[in-house]
Unconditional design. Sequence first.
Length: 183
Amino acid sequence: MATATQPSAGLTTWKIDPAHTHVEFAVKHMMISTVKGRFSEVTGEITLDERTFANSKVNIDVNVASIDTRESQRDTHLRSGDFFDVEKFPAITFRGTAIEGPFDQFKLTGDLTIHGVTRPITLDVTHEGRGKDPWGGERIGFSGTGKIKRSDFGLTWNAVLETGGFLVGDEVKISLDIEAVKQ
């Protein structure tokens, strides 16, 4: 059974479980609707300092080619040189640099690299629980949200609409649901 209690003392390493982890995004389309998508291939590691939580580390790697917006033509366009250019930039990475706040809800700041450009981002993160799985392992869960401007990462392709405005919004909302297994 998962609990939301403060972790016990010690340094622990947790491997992100790709089958139970979701990295999703949402961006405005034609200024009137929202397109959502996800990356299905996510790996990474959390080093949890259970004595001094603020010293914990988070590293996440996303395979950009695994993008899925439920529309194959759009996904192909997003993989192209107009957007992510997966041939040159196959991964999105996040490297945590600072944690502020209590274990239950905290701000996680890190270096986000997209399209070869690295910028800081701060995510609002919630500890969702921790417990034993049916196979004798221990799991931990976190959810997080944040926003970026895609233009800050060199993702500037767009089209001007006849009615004014742009085809693709600049602000991208990011949502993470992470489940990790204690090593």
